[in-house]
Design a protein around this ligand. Structure first.
Ligand code: AMP
Ligand code: GLY
Length: 421
């Protein structure tokens, strides 16, 4: 088979690595890819949003399966387009990708199908939003309705912060059209974890859990980012909580989407909070998580391509997982998630085995690898438990020159602290 992966981030690099391992696969193409993906796949210089050229390329090369990584092309209908051209696609259609594309749609679904989540209201009117925030009080959470690269959420601990965030979103249009509508919701407290599942209609095949680190700096300080590191499994999320999350959250949302005439095929990602009242949903994404995928897929024993084909055919893929812990640390450009420099050289990569380096925002400039994104790459380590995986990953990370880059020093520390209790 020939497989085309669409996207250019760390998630797509991890997908390409896994697809390349499949005995079913002859060639893995990736459009548009990055400098690291080029080591594992054949790079195609077509933008994710250029559906016509992607379709023409896939037909010309006899591509048997297209795997779409990012949310933007999914929300814009890439699956509908490519299927219309006769291609097989693993990813939701546009009418299902709205599960991620609109937070107010996703909150409506949770309410309608009794899926546990934070109490909320959504607003298009500034004054009404302001009055609701003042009535509810802080801490409180504001979310741009549309896609904002994981940065559209403010967890406001004070009323001032909340009102400032509201001004940024609704008056200053910080996220453009994505924040013309704003969801305001109750602040949830607890342990956060991510659970992804392969989904086809009402069939749901859960993966193992991971934990992301959303804040930019150590001890969960600083602004929210796309994710600064992750690990899997999450030892302090028990099998019982995992199963409860699948039964109360993932299966009902898949069923609800079918009931709405928006049957979902692809990956549903649930961002969850284990509260005192049990698991609650923070968000749904319509795709693999980033950086969760980089630590979950290496643990999958199955052939990923066979799993996707089985799911599309309505067959049970019977997922199996390696016992080991995998932990990934994100290297980001100084300044991220606000303004940052591009073009800085990555020094020290040669000292790390290429299999452990997952590229996110890089390009090749002759023999030099340079950064062109906020999140630049992820270094993965593994071991029998989170302590070993953490040591392994940080041991590799120390080779990288951080003049222009930074990383968190505490990825995995929550798991380790919990294990000591
Ligand atoms: P989201 O983009 O919806 O995943 O939100 C980004 C991050 O903000 C989440 O990963 C949480 O850490 C935090 N967050 C979002 N919603 C809430 C909430 N209702 N209560 C507490 N924290 C939240
Ligand atoms: N790590 C969360 C996400 O992919 O949105």
């Amino acid at each position: 088979m020939n497989v085309l992966v669409v996207g250019r981030g760390g998630r797509e690099h991890a997908i390409c690595k896994k697809v390349a391992e499949s005995p079913l696969v002859q060639t893995v193409f990736c459009a548009p890819g990055n400098a690291g993906i080029a080591q594992d796949a054949s790079i195609v210089d077509i933008d994710e949003m250029n559906f016509a050229d992607l379709a023409a390329f896939a037909k010309e090369q006899g591509v048997d399966l297209v795997i779409v990584g990012p949310e933007n092309p999914l929300s814009a209908g890439i699956t509908d387009y490519l299927e219309g051209e006769g291609l097989k696609v693993f990813g939701p259609k546009q009418n299902a990708a709205i599960l991620e594309g609109s937070k107010s749609f996703s909150k409506m679904m949770m309410e309608k199908y009794n899926i546990p989540t934070a109490r909320y209201q959504s607003f298009e009117d500034y004054e009404a939003a302001k009055a609701y925030i003042q009535q509810e009080g802080a801490p409180i959470v504001l979310k741009a309705d549309g896609l904002a690269a994981g940065k559209g959420v403010t967890v406001a601990m004070t009323m001032n912060e909340a009102l400032e965030a509201l001004d940024d979103m609704m008056l200053d249009k910080k996220f453009g059209d994505a924040s013309a509508r704003v969801v305001v919701e109750q602040f949830l407290q607890g342990e956060e974890y991510s659970l992804m599942a392969f989904v086809h209609g009402e069939n749901v095949y859960p993966m193992e859990a991971a934990q992301d680190h959303k804040r930019a700096f150590d001890n969960d300080e600083g602004p929210n980012t796309g994710g600064m590191g992750a690990y899997s499994p999450v030892p302090h999320i028990s099998q019982a909580i995992h199963d409860q999350s699948v039964e109360e959250i993932l299966r009902p949302i898949a069923k609800g989407m079918v009931a709405e005439g928006r049957s979902f095929t692809g990956i549903i990602f649930a961002g969850l909070m284990l509260t005192e009242e049990g698991p609650k949903t923070i968000e749904f994404n319509a795709r693999f998580g980033d950086p969760e995928t980089q630590v979950v897929l290496p643990r999958l024993e199955n052939d990923l391509v066979q799993v996707m084909l089985d799911v599309l055919d309505g067959k049970d893929p019977e997922l199996a997982w390696k016992e080991e812990s995998v932990l990934g640390i994100v290297l980001a450009a100084k300044g991220y998630p606000e303004a940052y420099e591009k073009g800085n050289e990555l020094k020290g990569l040669q000292a790390i085995d290429a299999g452990s380096v997952i590229h996110a925002g890089t390009y090749a400039d002759g023999d030099v690898i340079r950064a062109n994104g906020g999140r630049v790459l992820l270094v993965a380590g593994s071991g029998a438990n989170p302590v070993e995986a953490q040591q392994n990953a940080y041991g590799k990370m120390q080779h990288i020159d951080t003049e222009h880059f930074f990383f968190r020093k505490d990825i995995g520390s929550r798991a380790i602290a919990k294990a000591r209790l």
